[in-house]
Design a binder for this molecule. Structure first.
Ligand code: SIN
Length: 490
């Protein structure tokens, strides 16, 4: 625990925020008899239930977002910023309860969940500060009489579909930017972890967001996703999730030509050169890889170490990884919680088996954890075939380490993937950092750090990892469109 609050107190703070209801057009819709069950992955028990909304109910939420849009977009940026500041204040005041809720529905260790709430809130604060600064431009025209005014206007009602690995941060990264721009939002949180998003929406209402400007719709992906993508009133979809689902959603959005932001899968390479600081490289690898138990799109999926440093790197890495404590989210000193579901565990197991079959050697871990359930041992494997990790995200606590000789060779291997979200390199040579960093085919590159997620950092991928940027001064552009007005002056 990072503070002295007992697990029982934290859990009761979480339960006070846990609402078994969707938010449709300003009304709470309680879970009915055909509700969707939400599990606690650490205990493998039912945490609560959320409504399985019908297409009509989702359409009501969309209609409310469309009705609320003229009022919300017509308010001064300062007023929208003030709402965001109030929302951030309420999130900060409830951070323990929100963090405990994340731990209960996602399984993340409580201190890490608290870090996520603060990370989530940094997006609200970031966009609160930006709301007053959405200036347009005046443009000179070749035509002597003309003056062109370019306005940046909100795109309209937005749909956000978010994943289970960051039940708070992936929501605020989208919703805060949308509200800042003047858009209204219909959110579909992941069915595995909906309660944090529902609690965030309740706090947004308490902070003064007008009715209908924020709905949270829950239920079956095909029904809810279908209604959101099929609606002409929704002008933009922002999605974080797998490339496979992203492609389907993009196709469903094509008839209504929605704007899209797609933050999809990754298979991040992490490269350690001989001239790197060994301790920094090992620390960075562990911090990046084991965040959320390896269940992030940006975590290193494959590690390449130059031959001169390989043995020392493996020795230190293995010792550190072997010392990581696996356990339930409210136990002391736990670094890795359960994986989200049984499928996730089976995938890590499969990646271990395939790497060993390809000649890899397990240096630590390599199997399901003795605690059973969804727990997996933190694992390091040396050698094997890196092709598997170029093509598939492990999404679990496995670090495969491969050796390389030269800069050109490792760049070719690092870029030999259809994905291009994050990449990492460790070197003490600034020229190399810039040279290699620029040549890596990824949207986000970390140099001498495995943790690059930050509200100020433009977050997003290239290739099959998607497009659009979230957070940062660039992130607002995904929610704005330019309108020009030409004045023929006399
Ligand atoms: C992700 O895994 O999709 C997001 C991680 C982050 O924001 O750092």
């Amino acid at each position: 625990m990072t503070d002295q609050t007992s697990p029982e107190t934290l859990k009761s703070a979480a339960r006070a925020l846990l609402k078994e209801a969707a938010l449709v057009a300003g009304e709470w819709v309680a879970a009915g008899p055909d509700a969707v069950e939400v599990e606690d992955p650490a205990e493998e028990t039912i945490l609560g239930r959320i409504p399985k909304l019908s297409g009509d109910q989702v359409s009501q939420a969309i209609a409310a977002a469309a009705r609320a849009f003229p009022d919300w977009s017509g308010r001064k940026g300062k007023a929208r910023g003030e709402f965001l500041h109030r929302w951030a204040e309420l999130v900060a005041r409830n951070e323990q309860g929100l963090a405990a809720l994340i731990s209960l529905e996602n399984g993340k260790p409580y201190p890490e969940a608290l870090g996520e709430v603060r990370y989530a809130n940094s997006f609200i604060s970031w966009f609160a500060g930006m709301a007053e600064r959405l200036d347009g431009r005046t443009i000179d025209s070749a035509n002597a009489q003309d003056l062109i005014l370019a306005f940046r206007e909100p795109v309209g009602p937005v749909a956000a579909i978010t994943p289970w690995n960051f039940p708070a941060a992936m929501i605020t990264r989208k919703a805060a930017a949308a509200f800042c721009a003047g858009c209204t939002v219909v959110l579909k949180p992941a069915s595995a972890t909906p309660f944090t998003g529902i609690a965030l929406a309740a706090l947004a209402l308490e902070a003064g967001l007008p009715e209908g400007a924020f709905s949270v719709v829950t239920g079956a992906q095909d029904v809810v996703g279908g209604a959101l993508t099929g609606s002409a009133a929704i002008r933009k979809l922002s999605f974080t999730g797998s490339t496979e689902v992203g492609r389907k959603l993009a196709a469903q959005c094509a008839p209504s030509l929605k704007r899209l932001s797609m933050e999809l899968g990754g298979a991040a390479p992490l490269i350690v050169f001989d001239d790197a600081d060994l301790d920094v490289a090992v620390e960075g690898t562990v911090a990046g890889k084991f965040r959320a138990g390896g269940q992030t799109c940006v975590c290193p999926n494959r590690v390449y170490v130059q031959k001169g440093l390989r043995d020392a790197f493996l020795e230190k890495l293995t010792a550190k990884v072997a010392a990581l404590k696996v356990g339930k989210p409210f136990e002391d000193g736990v670094a890795i919680g359960p994986l989200i579901d049984a499928k996730g565990v089976a995938k890590v197991e499969d990646h271990v088996a395939r790497t060993v079959a390809a000649g890899g050697t397990v240096l630590t871990g390599g199997a399901r954890h003795e605690r059973g359930g969804r727990f997996f041992q933190p694992t390091v494997i040396a050698g094997g075939d890196d092709a598997l990790f170029c093509d598939e995200e492990t999404f679990g606590p496995l670090v495969p380490v491969f050796a390389f000789d030269s800069e050109d060779e490792v760049l070719e291997r690092a870029n030999a993937s259809d994905y291009g979200l994050a990449a990492f390199l460790f070197t003490d040579d600034l020229n190399r950092a810039l040279r290699v960093g620029r040549r890596l085919e990824a949207g986000i590159v970390g140099v001498n750090s495995g943790l690059i997620s930050n509200a100020a950092n433009p977050f997003g991928g290239v290739k099959q990892s998607g497009f659009g940027r979230e957070g940062s001064t660039y992130g607002i552009e995904d929610y704005l469109q330019v309108k020009s007005l030409t004045l023929a002056l006399r």
